[in-house]
Ligand binder design. Structure first.
Ligand SMILES: *Cc1c(COP(=O)(O)O)cnc(C)c1O
Length: 349
């Protein structure tokens, strides 16, 4: 039996329309700026997010790294919410490559208040590093796909900018936030200087992310992308799928959100699991297994044997992510199989 793969929305495979667009894509050498499909993707992405220019990058991790490199100088201090993907899951690239100092600011479900930013800023002093950048995340991955209230995002980013910091938005799943709120993505990024979003998650393109921002800033980011080896040649072959993703895959994210809600309601009824369906805003469901006295890693292993794949995100929590390659029926089957796993875990405890 084919497992129900809820490890991530990155497991999505390209649609037939994407494969057709890839096969017939017009291409050129993008390092020379001669790939018309990449250019069209960069322009389309920039327009959708309300920014001047875009830069196609092979991964979200590279997009965030290039953003940090372009906003900072070596030794600068970068403020991030404490559970930020850039800090947690990007192999310390900001320290290794950009050579900046992360300053973690604890939020509530991934979201900060203006006071949090003000509280983290120190007056100019010989002893202190120079704070130059605030990174925010929408939707917030480790907080469970939470959506920033737009007014709060504006207040926090405006506060940071008034204090002289640039604001970068890790918007890997910004379109999930936009669909959830029923508002254009550009409205959610207005007060960010730069934004990165992923084409290869819920939007189901095989490869790629786009970094957007002011035209002169993107020109500098293009050089930094080259430094980290991200200058690609006939990348129109993959960018073509990204264009189809933006044209055809955004609105359907609502289905993923509905499936996540159904999954959460089902899991919440299973003894020993703690799931809060009211807190499921997009396509991520967090499930606490501490009531079962097994680690999340062990629970993930056992449910995988039954055909449900999900990742442990810490010692007690698993993360289930819905996407276009799982159906409403898969959600029902997943709940049944997770319930079996939980009851065996209880019996064996
Ligand atoms: C997935 C993700 C990234 C990185 O994207 P990759 O393409 O996997 O490198 C960055 N930020 C967030 C919030 C993500 O979920």
């Amino acid at each position: 039996m084919i497992p129900i793969d809820l490890r991530s929305d990155t497991v999505t495979t390209p649609t037939p329309e994407m494969r057709r667009a890839m096969a017939s894509a017009e291409v050129g050498d993008d390092v020379y700026g001669e790939d018309p499909t990449v250019r069209r993707l960069e322009e389309t992405a920039a327009a959708l997010l309300g920014k001047e220019a875009g830069l196609y990058v092979p991964s979200g991790t590279m997009g965030n790294l290039v953003a940090v490199m372009t906003h900072t100088r070596r030794g600068d201090e970068v403020l991030l919410e404490a559970e930020a993907h850039i800090y947690y899951y990007e192999v310390g690239g900001m320290a290794v490559v950009a050579q900046v100092l992360p300053r973690l600011v604890p939020g509530r479900r991934g979201v900060l208040a203006p006071e949090d930013v003000l509280g983290a800023l120190r007056p100019a002093n010989l002893h202190f590093p120079r704070p130059t950048l605030l990174c925010l995340e929408n939707t917030h991955n480790r907080a469970g796909g939470t959506v920033w209230p737009p007014e709060l995002f504006e207040a926090v980013s405006t506060t940071a900018r008034r204090a002289g910091l640039a604001v970068h938005l890790d918007g890997a799943r910004i379109f999930n936030a936009a669909v959830r709120l029923g508002r254009p993505a550009a409205e959610l990024c207005r007060t960010a200087d730069s934004v990165m979003f992923c084409l290869s998650k819920g939007l189901a393109a095989p490869v790629g992310s786009v970094l957007v921002g002011p035209a002169d800033w993107i020109a500098r980011a293009r050089k930094n992308r080259k430094i980290v080896g991200g200058g690609l040649r006939q990348a129109g072959v993959i960018a073509a799928a990204g264009l189809v993703a933006l044209e055809t895959m955004v609105e359907r994210l609502a289905e993923d959100h509905e499936n996540a809600r159904r999954l959460a309601l089902g899991l919440a009824g299973i003894g020993g699991l703690l799931v809060e369906p009211d807190k499921v805003e997009t396509n991520i469901v967090m499930c606490d297994v501490s009531g079962l006295r097994v680690t999340a890693v062990e629970f993930a292993r056992r449910q995988a044997e039954k055909g449900v794949l999900a990742n442990a995100v810490d010692a007690r929590r698993l993360r289930y992510v819905t996407h276009k390659d799982v159906s409403r029926r898969d959600m029902e089957r997943a709940v049944t199989l997770v319930a079996e796993t939980a009851s065996e875990t209880r019996a064996g405890a």
